[in-house]
Design a protein around this ligand. Structure first.
Ligand code: ZN
Length: 374
């Protein structure tokens, strides 16, 4: 954009700030930002970045708008349910400020193209809600030499930092690997809608300061802001570079970004699995409910003695209330092969942690001498 032809009147409320001025505004108008994720964080971050006048904002997201998004993803209305988040957000942002080139890419960020894609931008915004994507963004940002503004929300809490900026640490310096144990996501644990707004707005503010490059404005590099809206408190933690960081240190082993196995969060549950032999020697059998999740016609042909039959689809749809399980402390879930029952066991472990066991290999893993009740 040619500076001489710029119309800066739209931005006078910020160009009169000495830390920005017309020169700062021109820098913003010449900047390119990529926002990965057009949801709870991407919506508010995108709104402010477009309103303050970055040159280009591109959004990448392969998700569709659903009803449960509307309490926090404030660019979308009820009419948008079922539409592409990235494309819908881009359309709304364009009308907010037609001077900004906004593009929505209805796609998933892929490891093989992430580094080349990131190189096209000055800065990356992290608006994703899962660990696999956060590590992918981090690694691609480090390998492409781009700063990125991290954001994360959970229940009433939010976290923000600027990683890979001016020699500061990266996300892997803080968390080397995704958590091994099961961590519920926002869909399961919940999140207050306005917390997404606070977090995304702070991300936009940090992004603007990075793009301005004014050293008088402190940026959240080497710092992690943790705020808790439940009691309106905030802490600023120091994050140091990890000299052994697998991606940003001299000893880096990660030379190209990759995607962690695309497992649903639920699959990361530590499922308690027992074998047929272990079941036959189960120490507290009187306190064990055997739950057969096959169809009723399969159950009638033969089942483990004393088993209760509730088909998998009824359990997964949530039709069966909790009190159905009263009485027995532990519940062993099984089917013919262990496939159907595994899905149910994962789901019920989430609902009743510590009470669910799964029969590995299903009934087929029993030897033929086992007496089935018909
Ligand atoms: Zn690092």
């Amino acid at each position: 954009m040619c500076p001489d032809t710029l119309n800066l009147s739209r931005y006078t409320r910020q160009t009169i700030l000495p830390q920005i001025g017309k020169e700062g505004q021109k820098r913003l108008l010449n900047s390119r930002v990529l926002c990965v994720g057009a949801g709870g964080l991407g919506c508010p971050a995108g709104q402010y970045l477009v309103a303050v006048g970055v040159g280009e904002l591109h959004l990448i997201d392969d998700d569709l708008v659903s009803e449960s998004n509307l309490q926090r993803q404030i660019l979308f209305s009820a009419d948008d349910i079922g539409k592409s988040k990235a494309e819908t957000a881009a359309k709304k942002l364009k009308s907010l400020n037609p001077e900004v080139k906004v593009k929505g890419m209805h796609a998933r960020l892929r490891a093989r193209e992430a580094v080349e894609l990131f190189k096209e931008y000055d800065l990356i915004i992290d608006g994703v809600d899962n660990f696999s994507s956060k590590f992918l963004i981090n690694d691609a940002a480090v390998l492409s030499g781009r700063p990125y503004v991290y954001g994360s929300i959970f229940k009433f809490e939010g976290q923000v930092s600027v990683f890979n900026y001016r020699g500061g640490p990266c996300y892997r310096c803080l968390y080397r690997e995704p958590p091994k144990s099961y961590v519920p996501n926002c869909a399961e644990a919940g999140v207050l809608g306005s917390v997404a707004g606070i977090c995304g707005t702070i991300q936009a503010t940090e992004a603007i300061k990075v793009l301005l490059g004014n050293e008088k404005l402190a940026v959240l590099e080497s710092k992690l802001l943790v705020f808790d809206a439940a009691n309106l408190s905030a802490r600023l933690l120091t994050v140091k570079r990890d000299p052994e960081c697998p991606v940003c240190s001299d000893r880096a082993t990660i030379k190209e970004p990759f995607e962690y196995a695309e497992k649903c969060n639920a699959e990361n549950i530590n499922l308690d699995e027992i074998t047929a032999d272990q079941l036959q020697a189960f120490p507290d059998a009187a306190n064990l409910m055997l739950l057969d999740v096959r169809e009723s016609w399969e159950f009638r042909r033969g089942h483990l003695k004393g088993a209760v039959n509730i088909p998998a689809r009824d359990l997964l749809s949530g039709k069966i209330p909790v009190d159905k399980f009263s009485g027995k402390e532990r519940i062993l879930i099984y089917c013919s092969t262990g496939e159907r029952s595994r899905r149910v066991a994962v789901e019920l472990t989430r609902r009743y942690p510590g009470r669910i066991s799964h029969l590995k290999g299903g009934l087929e893993s029993f030897d033929s001498t086992l007496v089935l009740e018909g």
